[in-house]
Design a protein around this ligand. Structure first.
Ligand code: HEM
Length: 127
């Protein structure tokens, strides 16, 4: 499984390719009227950098994530399952724009789906 994921990181173009994907994803997110308001006032340079680290390591790339714990950073922002799905849709579109296959896109989405409860707060006991 890890061997397959390593290949996935490389298939997406390695560090350079995944950076392009993250930038493209946030360009799409910020053009989305339902998602953009969540990012008002957020330092996007840092977010793009942290998200690169997070996603690269989630795809088993040789990158260490140094940012905040996902549950803590997303808690209390009112992010619903619908927002999460739209966000992942923009990620999928950005991956597709790099010429990835449907199978590769599905593998990426499968990885992101494992973080849904942390992002939407559905696993929070303290809200
Ligand atoms: C799989 C989906 C997602 C992942 C993996 C993810 C991951 C991250 C990461 C790594 C950070 C940076 C943490 C840091 O700066 O230390 C972050 C910040 C943030 N995320 Fe997400 N996120 C996801 C979905 C969402 C969604 C759906 C929204 C809202 C619609 C959202 C809103 C935010 C905001 C507003 C910040 C910036 C917080 C701040 O700097 O004050 N995220 N996210």
């Amino acid at each position: 499984m890890s061997e397959q994921s390593d290949r996935l990181f490389e298939r997406l173009g390695g560090a350079e390719g995944v950076q392009v994907i993250i930038n493209e994803m946030y360009d799409r997110v910020l053009r989305d009227d339902t998602l953009a308001p969540f990012f008002t006032g957020v330092p996007m340079e840092r977010l793009r950098r942290m998200q690169y680290q997070f996603i690269a390591s989630a795809l088993d790339g040789p990158v260490e994530y140094t940012g905040a714990e996902l549950n803590a950073i997303h808690r209390g922002r009112g992010i619903t399952a619908k927002h999460f799905a739209k966000f992942c849709g923009h990620f999928a579109d950005a991956v597709e724009a790099r010429g990835a296959s449907k199978e590769e896109i599905d593998q990426c989405l499968g990885r992101l789906a494992t973080y849904k409860d942390k992002i939407t707060g559905e696993a929070n006991v303290d809200g």
